[in-house]
Write a protein that binds this ligand. Structure first.
Ligand code: NAD
Ligand code: MG
Length: 299
């Protein structure tokens, strides 16, 4: 018999949809609302306990996927949250703002392209003004387009991946340092691709390896200032990044199959890591990479 409020044990292998999935191409960046099945970002399941009460968080790529799961969890833990995303993702962003407000917190939508340095500065300024400061920065936006051969990666595509995944976080973090107080936390989304790069994610995997170095170097710079810097390395997670060109459609059909859990992760399954890394409780965790990859991958 379960005690009052006791959660039943859940078998992680059976908890969420397994492959095969249907092919479902979208133009990047894609919308979570068009995915089949819909991803779980914790809309119905995440319960907060006040771990981040009164915090002010800026999350890039907060409209969908892992960033949306973090945004929902942060709001339910008591934080006010600003999200950044691309203008074509407005409908996904609107859903997130409604969820933040339903949690009784303030949510701010700041669309714009982080491959533009001046926008990155303005994003941080707008977020700080609306939130009244920033004490959690989640560098999570990303571009992933699978291409079989290096010979077919154009300079423009290579540049777009670097600008989105590396320069964006570089510019945003620089601007945010004007606001981040002692005790603040920076969290970057890297990937299992940093450690075990796929042949068709040549440019993307390089950025994810660089993000590991970003985290570990910056943690050393900012440790004495009392600001922690950590990363999260997901394995295959069911998000529009993957269905809108991050994988070929043949790979979407069996997405997550090779992991020991036999399925992709859902964004909701990573949210508590972003909460933990932002919380004061994680005060000795800096320069670390936390993994969530269904039993395979690193770290
Ligand atoms: P997602 O598509 O839901 O989120 C990525 C977001 O990046 C988009 O919503 C978009 O708002 C943002 N973005 C892309 N280009 C942008 C630009 N130029 N300007 C502003 N915003 C831009 O997918 P996701 O999988 O949740 O991705 C979040 C992070 O997780 C990414 O860094 C991704 O590399 C990483 N990741 C994902 C997986 C996975 O399997 N889904 C695995 C490892 C790492
Ligand atoms: Mg999106």
């Amino acid at each position: 018999m379960l005690e009052q409020n006791q959660k039943p044990l859940e078998n992680p292998a059976n908890k969420y949809p397994k492959p095969p999935f249907v092919k479902q191409p979208q133009e990047a960046p894609g919308l979570a609302s068009k995915m089949q099945p819909l991803p779980d970002h914790g809309e119905k399941s995440y319960k907060g306990t006040g771990r981040l009460l009164g915090r002010k968080a800026l999350i890039t790529g907060g409209d969908s996927g892992i960033g949306r799961a973090a945004a929902i969890a942060y709001a339910r833990e008591g934080a006010d949250v600003a999200i950044n995303y691309l203008p074509e993702e407005q409908s996904d962003a609107d859903e997130v703002i409604a969820l933040i407000e339903a949690a009784g917190r303030r949510g701010y939508a700041i669309p714009g392209d982080i491959t533009d340095e001046s926008f990155c500065k303005s994003l941080v300024e707008q977020a700080a003004e609306k939130l009244g400061g920033i004490d959690i920065l989640v560098n999570n936006a990303g571009r992933q387009q699978a291409v079989d051969s290096i010979l077919d990666i154009t300079t423009a595509a290579f540049d777009a991946t670097m600008k989105t995944n590396l320069y964006g976080a570089f510019w945003i973090t620089k601007a945010a340092l004007a606001y981040l107080p002692e005790g603040a936390s920076i969290i970057s989304t890297t990937s299992v691709q940093a450690y075990e790069p796929s042949e068709n994610l040549f440019d993307y995997a390089q950025t994810k390896a660089a993000i590991v170095a970003f985290v570990k170097s910056l943690a050393k710079q900012l440790g004495p200032k009392g600001i922690r810097v950590n990363g999260v390395a997901p394995g295959p997670v069911w998000t529009p990044l993957q269905t809108s060109g991050g994988q070929p459609q043949d790979a979407i059909v069996k997405f997550g199959e090779v992991t020991p859990l036999g399925r992709p992760g859902q964004p909701a399954e990573l949210a508590s890591i972003y909460v933990q890394l932002a919380d004061n409780d994680a005060s000795y965790a800096t320069g670390q990479i936390y993994g969530a990859a269904g039993g395979s991958g690193n770290p």
